[in-house]
Design a protein around this ligand. Structure first.
Ligand SMILES: Cc1cc2nc3c(=O)[nH]c(=O)nc-3n(C[C@H](O)[C@H](O)[C@H](O)COP(=O)(O)O)c2cc1C
Length: 175
């Protein structure tokens, strides 16, 4: 039940204490991210850990933040070739990297940290901005920038459960 409790109590945190995040916790979040499911086990991701204040400010222009840590979660389109060499997978990397992002958010919460996903891909202008700041080569495509720190706010988790979003056996059919 601890995993379910962690999922149900996670909520986006946008205000952080002036306190750095320990390297051990960063390592655990990265391990959790890379434990995500990934199509054909291609692991088409790359993580850029950012604790430089200037880089944080450059990346956060339109939505300023006091987060002490960002992790840019990127797709690596050089890692999207089928293992048998028969061409590239379609855009499954987006789903793999999104799954990694959610794992990272859940790990942050389990470690007593607060985090929020800020969207990058598929807003191509934003992708270019983030890629430029982080010196990413062409194959490294930022999908999300996650802001992380010790929480300085404690919002209630939102209850998003809605029966209307569920069907049984056929769309629109209720139990
Ligand atoms: C793809 C994606 C992009 C998001 N982009 C932003 C963002 O740019 N800024 C922000 O403050 N929150 C962003 N969020 C967080 C959502 O606003 C948040 O998850 C949503 O309001 C639900 O709240 P909860 O995370 O507390 O459950 C994003 C979330 C997702 C999944």
């Amino acid at each position: 039940m601890a995993a379910i409790e962690n999922i149900m109590t996670r909520t986006s945190i946008r205000q952080y204490k002036d306190q750095p995040v320990e390297q051990e916790k960063i390592d655990i979040m990265l391990k959790a991210a890379m434990a995500a499911p990934t199509a054909v086990n291609l692991q088409p991701w790359h993580f850029i850990v950012i604790d430089d204040k200037n880089t944080i400010a450059l990346l956060s222009g339109r939505q300023p933040t006091n987060a002490p840590l960002l992790i840019a979660i990127c797709g690596d389109t050089d890692k999207t070739t089928m293992p048998d060499g028969k061409g590239k997978l379609p855009e499954f990397w987006v789903q793999d990297v999104s799954a990694a992002t959610e794992n990272l958010l859940l790990a942050a919460h389990a470690l007593g940290l607060g985090a929020v996903w800020t969207g990058v891909y598929p807003m191509m202008e934003r992708v270019s901005e983030v890629a430029n700041v982080l010196n990413c080569p062409q194959n490294i495509v930022p999908l999300a920038v996650v802001r992380i720190g010790y929480p300085d706010e404690s919002p209630e988790p939102k209850n998003k459960f809605k029966e209307e979003n569920i069907s049984y056996n056929k769309f629109g059919a209720k139990k």
